[in-house]
Design a binder for this molecule. Structure first.
Ligand SMILES: Cc1cc2nc3c(=O)[nH]c(=O)nc-3n(C[C@H](O)[C@H](O)[C@H](O)COP(=O)(O)OP(=O)(O)OC[C@H]3O[C@@H](n4cnc5c(N)ncnc54)[C@H](O)[C@@H]3O)c2cc1C
Length: 450
C-alpha cells in the first residue's frame, strides 16, 4: 500500500480543485494537482464572475485581495419577461476578475506545498480490484504519456467529470448528466461607455431568449459589463444567436467593445447522490454542485472541494475506518449546502415549466415577493399558508398556478428533509430510490401533465 507516489491526486485546478488540494496540504498530505492549462492561465474560465461573499467565509479562506475583483454587488434583481416587474434580493457579492481570482486560489494552495503538474491532461484511470491505482496523463507540449500513482483521487475536472465517468458502475452514482440538467451558455465581457446600475446584478427571465434559463447583465465596474445567456440543454437553442438578439436591441451594448467571449456548460441540478466511489471522490461541477436555480457554482465548488480534501485527510489518518471517513463528505456537504440545493432543484423544475405569460402573471400579481425569493435562496419558502389569502387579496384569476406554487414549496420541503437524513453507506441505495421517487412524483403530478 505504501508504494503510491502521492497520497492524493487532484484533477483540475479550478475553484473546486484548488480548495481540495489546499485542504489536503494544510493537513500535511502529499498532494499532486493536475491541470491541462498552463500555470499562467489557470483560473481563466467563461463565467458570469459573480460570487456572494458569504461563500468565501464559508470555506475559511482570507477575503480575496482587491486585484481579484473588479467591483461589488449589493443586490440581485430578477426581471419579468416584459421587464415591467422585478424582485430584489439583497446581499453582498463580488464581480470577480476570474483569472486573477483563480491565480490567487492556486497560490494559496501552492504556498501550502501542493505540487502542480500543469499543461498536462488526465486521461485514463487504471483500477486494481475496483480500486483506482494509477492515472495516465498526457504532457500537452509534446504528447508524451506516463502514469502517476496515488492512494486517493479527486475529480475536480469540471462538468465533464473525466474520472467520474471511469469509476465502476455503482447504483446511485450518475456518470452521465442528462442534457435537460445542463445549462448551455454564451457570455461576453464588454467595455461600455457607462455601466447601467453599478452594484446590481440583473437577471432577466425570458423564455424566448433563454428557454429554461435566463440572461444576465452583471456590471463589473464603471465601464465593464459581463452579459450572457444560459438555456436549458435539449431545447435546441443556440445561446450565442439569442445573445446577439439582446445586443441588437440595446444601443449601449451594440456600440460596446468585446473584451472576452466564449461559451460554456454548467450542470444545474441537485448534486450527484454520492461524492465517493471507492477511493475516488468528486467535487465542483464534476459533482454537479452549482446552484440549480441560478447556476452559481463557484461557492459550492469551493465548499465541496474543501470537504473532499478533508475527508481524504481523515481517511489517511484512520485507514481502518477509511470507508466511513470518506463517506462523511456526503453528510457534511448535504448539511452545509446539498439539502438546500436539492429543494431548489424542485423549484428549478417548476420554473422551467412556466411560459412567459405565466411568469409575467405571477410577478405582476406579486405571487413571489422579495422576501420569498430570499427565503427560496435559503431553501425555506412556504407558499402554502398564504395560498388562500393571496387568492382573495390579490384577486388571483388563476388559482391553479398558485396551487402549483404552494405544492412546489411542499415538495421542496419534503426533499430537503429527506436529504437531511442522508444515510450511511449500507442504506444508500434505498435512500436514492426514495429521492428519485419524490422527484418522479412531483414531475408526474405537476410538470408532465401541464
Ligand atoms: C457562462 C457561465 C457563467 C457562469 N456564471 C457564474 C457566476 O456568475 N457565478 C458563479 O458562482 N458560478 C458561475 N458559473 C458556474 C461556475 O463557473 C462553475 O460552477 C465553477 O467554475 C465550477 O468550478 P470547478 O472547479 O468545479 O470546475 P472548473 O472551473 O471548470 O475547473 C475545472 C478545471 O479542470 C481542468 N481540467 C478539465 N479536464 C481536465 C483533464 N482531463 N485533465 C486535466 N485538467 C482538466 C480545467 O482546465 C479546469 O481548470 C458559470 C458558468 C458558466 C459556464
Amino acid at each position: 500500500m505504501d508504494s503510491e507516489k502521492y497520497e492524493a491526486i487532484v484533477v483540475g485546478a479550478g475553484t473546486a480543485g484548488t480548495l481540495a488540494s489546499l485542504a489536503l496540504a494544510e493537513r500535511g498530505v502529499k498532494v499532486l494537482l493536475i491541470d491541462s492549462k498552463t500555470k499562467d492561465i489557470i483560473g481563466k474560465k467563461v463565467c458570469g464572475d459573480a460570487l456572494g461573499t458569504h461563500h468565501i467565509s464559508n470555506v475559511g479562506i482570507p477575503f480575496p485581495p482587491k486585484e481579484t475583483y473588479k467591483g461589488k454587488f449589493d443586490s440581485v434583481r430578477v426581471y419579468s419577461p416584459s421587464k415591467k416587474y422585478s424582485v430584489k434580493v439583497e446581499g453582498e457579492g463580488l464581480a470577480l476578475n476570474r483569472h486573477a481570482f483563480g491565480q490567487w486560489l492556486l497560490k494559496l494552495a501552492l504556498d501550502k506545498g501542493v505540487e502542480l503538474l500543469d499543461n498536462t491532461r488526465a486521461e485514463i484511470l487504471k483500477f486494481e480490484n475496483s480500486r483506482a491505482k494509477e492515472l495516465k496523463v498526457v504532457e500537452q507540449k509534446n504528447g508524451s504519456t506516463y502514469y502517476v500513482s496515488g492512494r486517493y483521487f479527486i475529480d475536480a475536472s469540471g462538468f465533464y467529470g473525466i474520472l467520474r465517468r471511469q469509476v465502476p458502475e455503482t447504483l446511485g452514482l450518475e456518470k452521465e448528466i442528462a442534457l435537460e440538467d445542463l445549462s448551455i451558455t454564451y457570455r461576453e465581457i464588454r467595455r461600455v461607455k457607462k455601466s447601467e446600475d453599478l452594484g446590481v446584478a440583473k437577471i432577466f427571465l425570458d423564455e424566448e431568449i433563454a428557454p429554461g434559463g435566463y440572461w444576465w447583465y452583471f456590471p463589473q465596474d464603471d465601464t465593464t459589463v459581463n452579459v450572457g445567456v444560459g438555456v436549458q440543454g435539449g431545447k435546441n437553442v443556440n445561446p450565442k444567436k439569442n445573445f446577439y438578439k439582446i445586443i441588437e436591441e440595446n444601443e449601449e451594448l451594440k456600440s460596446s467593445e468585446i473584451l472576452e467571449q466564449g461559451g460554456g456548460i454548467v450542470p444545474t441540478r441537485r448534486s450527484i447522490y454520492t461524492f465517493v466511489s471507492g477511493n475516488v471522490l468528486f467535487a465542483g461541477d464534476a459533482a454537479c454542485t452549482a446552484n440549480p436555480i441560478h447556476g452559481g457554482g463557484i461557492g459550492p465548488s469551493m465548499l465541496s472541494g474543501k470537504l473532499c480534501g478533508e475527508a481524504v485527510a481523515d481517511a489517511l489518518e484512520d485507514q481502518e475506518r477509511e470507508e466511513e471517513k470518506l463517506w462523511q463528505v456526503n453528510k457534511r456537504y448535504v448539511n452545509a449546502y446539498g439539502a438546500k440545493a436539492a429543494g431548489l432543484d424542485i423549484f428549478r423544475i417548476f420554473l422551467q415549466s412556466l411560459t412567459n405569460d405565466e411568469i409575467e402573471f405571477g410577478m405582476s400579481k406579486g405571487l413571489v415577493t422579495d422576501e420569498d425569493i430570499t427565503d427560496i435562496g435559503y431553501g425555506k419558502a412556504d407558499f402554502t399558508v398564504r395560498e388562500k389569502a393571496l387568492i382573495i387579496i390579490r384577486g388571483i384569476t388563476r388559482p391553479t398556478m398558485l396551487k402549483h406554487l404552494a405544492e412546489t414549496a411542499k415538495y421542496m420541503k419534503i426533499v430537503k428533509q429527506e436529504y437531511l437524513k442522508y444515510p450511511d453507506y449500507d442504506k444508500f441505495t434505498s435512500w436514492v430510490e426514495k429521492i428519485e421517487n419524490i422527484f418522479q412524483e412531483y414531475k408526474q403530478k405537476f410538470i408532465e401533465k401541464s
